[in-house]
Design a binder for this molecule. Structure first.
Ligand code: DQA
Length: 147
């Protein structure tokens, strides 16, 4: 599987993890979550490319870049989850298996967070498990690719 590459995309405001509403998102920084993802990738013998951006169009471009070069996508679209048809269309168009990850349980929060426009085009969604969600998403993609 060393020839398998998974792209991980963290959306807006996730660069502030650790200081941003720690009661909801936990105390781990994005760097420490990324270290966890890289550790799991080594264990699974896959390559990961990790990106964070606060810009919707950049996420769209990253997804199309992944479509050409990668085998799967782990994405936390953050607030864009709830309304970005552009990101949804890019995922659908890319044909890549994508796992949508949320640190918090979006279904147990405000009404507007319960809807994901991404979920219908994702292979699956992991919500509410904190940083572990990224690790499980990576495992799921590798396991699905081996099927
Ligand atoms: C989030 C949930 C979103 O509703 C929110 O806008 C985020 C983070 C999560 O990881 O729990 O920024 O995607």
């Amino acid at each position: 599987m060393a020839d398998t590459t998974i792209m991980v995309i963290h959306g807006p405001n996730l660069d502030r993890l650790g200081v941003r509403e720690p009661g909801i998102y936990g105390s781990q920084t994005l760097d420490s979550i990324n270290a966890l993802i890289e550790q799991e990738a080594r264990a699974l013998d896959v390559a990961v490319e990790i990106h964070q951006t606060n810009h919707e169009g950049e996420i769209v471009s990253l997804i199309w870049d992944a479509a050409d070069r990668c085998d799967g996508l782990v994405i936390n679209p953050a607030a864009y989850t709830h309304y970005s048809i552009a990101i949804r269309d890019a995922i659908a168009g890319s044909g890549l298996p994508a796992i949508e990850v949320h640190l918090s349980n979006i279904h147990a929060r405000e009404e507007f967070r319960r809807q994901s426009v991404i979920a219908p085009v994702a292979r699956g969604q992991i919500s509410g498990l904190g940083p572990l969600g990224y690790v499980l998403a990576l495992r799921a993609l590798v396991s699905l690719a081996r099927d």
